[in-house]
Design a protein around this ligand. Structure first.
Ligand code: COA
Ligand code: MG
Length: 290
């Protein structure tokens, strides 16, 4: 029998991705028209690529898990911009997914639930952050400016770390946790972030060592129907995934780094390829990668 839940965690390293015109024409033909127009508005190529890959991750996830034909999948965004699947999913099955892109990576977390009864749906949110600080000001000054985004307990944990590098890592850890939560709920940053306080039980997140025991208190109350997963994709990239209504963790939480070929396997264009659009994309400047 299939397990009740299966969870997908995918990452694609954009710093290595230099598509040819042919690859870019196929990738951009796999976008819905309104998203294709939205992407063109990005000034920098890095931002264009990150968002494009996010859309392609969503389409692959839905095709792989529901069997809906690649070119028939239709996404919309809710009032706050969160993408959702419009097609109905057949069978006693539900899915949810969320995408994030920052630093070198675009990432997706998705969940498939089988044999659903009257239980509330499992919802998911994800955030990735590059662990870097280039703000100019001393780190202590930056932390002071960020005071109201973290609870006193979270600041105690961050400041208890030995070096500035460790403090920054802890800061990004909490940042990702908070974002994964607000992205799950779908509200963006309209929430009072000081009321959301994460309690860390495992001091360090390391590459290949997923942390699943962090808990969340909102207004001092422990949220029992939420669980969190934390990853270090590499020494510089922190990820958090927030699950609501999961009960307990579905598995031990392995991230898979996809290559571009794997991402595009079986991809069917939704529209005609558009070389003049792609030429304009190729003219965009990179801000980070050359
Ligand atoms: N809820 C959940 N997911 C959303 C969303 C929403 N309201 N709006 C968009 N998304 C999805 C989309 O797939 C989006 O990709 P796209 O931009 O290519 O369409 C993706 O999430 C973006 O996520 P991410 O790369 O993590 O962006 P972000 O960290 O800038 O988050 C918001 C953007 C809208 C989700 C929101 O949380 C925000 O404005 N955050 C600002 C950061 C902040 O101050 N956080 C405080 C934490 S201490
Ligand atoms: Mg983010």
């Amino acid at each position: 029998m299939l397990p009740k839940y299966s969870c997908v965690r995918w990452a694609l390293d954009l710093s290595q991705w230099r598509p040819t015109l042919a690859e870019l024409s196929l990738a951009t033909a796999c976008l819905q028209a309104e998203e294709k127009a939205r992407l063109m508005k990005f000034y920098f190529r890095d931002d264009f690529d990150a968002s494009l890959i996010g859309r392609l991750l969503m389409r692959k996830f839905v095709r792989d898990t529901t069997g809906i034909a690649y070119d028939q999948i239709r996404f919309e965004r809710d009032g706050r911009g969160k993408p959702f699947l419009v097609n109905s999913v057949l069978g006693p099955c539900r899915i949810d997914f969320n995408v994030s892109h920052q630093g070198n990576y675009s990432v997706l977390a998705g969940i498939v639930e089988r044999s659903i009864a009257d239980e509330p749906p499992v919802k998911i949110g994800i955030d990735v952050m590059k662990i870097e600080y280039s703000g100019g000001k001393p780190l202590t000054e930056f932390f002071r400016l960020m005071t109201r985004n973290f609870s006193d307990a979270e600041w105690r944990f961050i400041r208890s770390r030995q070096s500035e590098a460790e403090q920054l890592k802890a800061f990004m850890r909490f940042w990702c946790l908070k974002e994964s939560y607000v992205k799950n709920v779908g509200v963006g940053i309209t929430m009072n972030l000081q009321k959301i306080s994460f309690k860390v039980k495992t001091d360090d997140v390391a590459k290949g060592k997923v942390v699943q025991d962090t808990v969340l208190e909102v207004d001092g109350n422990l949220l029992t129907n939420w669980c969190f997963e934390e990853h270090l994709l590499d020494e510089q990239h922190s990820v958090a995934i927030a699950f609501e209504n999961l009960g307990k963790m579905a598995d031990e939480g392995t991230f898979k780094v996809l290559g571009y070929e794997e991402l595009m396997e079986g991809a069917l264009p939704l529209m005609e390829k558009d070389n003049s659009y792609c030429q304009r994309v190729l003219e965009k400047q990179y801000k980070r990668f050359q």
